[in-house]
Design a protein around this ligand. Sequence first.
Ligand SMILES: *Cc1c(COP(=O)(O)O)cnc(C)c1O
Length: 397
Amino acid sequence: MALFPTYLRNEIRPVRGEGVWLWDEGGKRYLDFTSGLGVCNLGHGHPRVREALENQASLLWHVSNLFSIPGQEAVANLLKEASHLDYAFFANSGAEANEAAIKLARRYGHEHRGTERPEVITFRSSFHGRTLATLTATGQEKVQQGCAPLPEGFVYAQYNDMDSVRMVAGENTVAVLLEIVQGEGGIRPADTGFLKELEAFCREREILLMVDEVQTGMGRTGNLFACRDAGILPDVITCAKGLGNGFPVGVMLGRRGLKEFFGPGSHASTFGGSPLAMAVVHAVLKELTETSLLEKSQETGAYLGNRLKETLLSHSLVKEVRGKGLMWGVELDCPAAPLVSHLAHKGLLALPAGPEVLRLLPPLIVTKEQTDIAVEMIVEGLVELEEETADGCVSRI
Ligand SMILES: *Cc1c(COP(=O)(O)O)cnc(C)c1O
């Protein structure tokens, strides 16, 4: 196969998707609780989004940011309303949105704070992307392995621990970057008290509070932005996965006062914010803000969380069930990979998050009945795995 083996892929070859369902080459149907890794929040082939893409595809795809792009202005206004942040910079992925945030923080550090060596605080078990700066921001050694020399200017604190933040904060600290729920790190939600205290700490010291909502944004946790639930107002929010429902697009949003640090020539992207991308994002945002989908997803999410707790917590291999909205993690007492692969064979697609957490990210359109089917399959799957292998933990791969 003429592909770099960077991914440990399973053997499923999906060729068609509709709503919560995927079909493979052989016509087998799967219940998709991955949403393409938290991307297709509206489900596969959403009619409103597809129509927007098809209409724009016959008008104009790309012109570059040498020109004004009306779609960017329209989407920026929708995002401003939703986030209470004033300006948008469009990129093509989560990592790129975070790169923009890191650059903005450094420029703010040099120009506003007079810091020559600006530092950004990030957290252990976080995930911020795979570019050199964002993998360094990521507080996981396995992501950084083999990539040295890493860029300077990042220090790590313990998540949900203000003492640890105070300990690593110093003269050069210009920003804190964190997830509201650590996604790749194992579905670990931030405590509201911690977020409030962190916000106050950042305000007091003129440190930028930057929230990575690449995975939590666009309704994943039941709100358009997860930070709104916690009642904090960050200086910067990044967003990507759910923003284009499968069309690659990312965005960095920032508050009014940050405009002067991102002036002409300070940052750019050839593809960022193309008319095609903006038509898709516009449709996604309208669907999320003008329908009752978010409220419904909160209800379904709470239902799923309760069902998972009711049925799984008594199982000997299950340690904890954590999550919010339609972002749930089941922490196991053994590796999650064998269960994920067993469930895929049964027709339920789920994800690992870290070594021992089963992660469920169904699309927001999922029904209670579909979550019932999924929960039943997980319960069965655990029992079957346990029967098959003495301790349920031997890898099937
Ligand atoms: C997925 C993810 C990223 C990276 O996004 P890419 O589009 O893969 O670059 C960054 N931050 C978080 C929280 C993510 O979940």
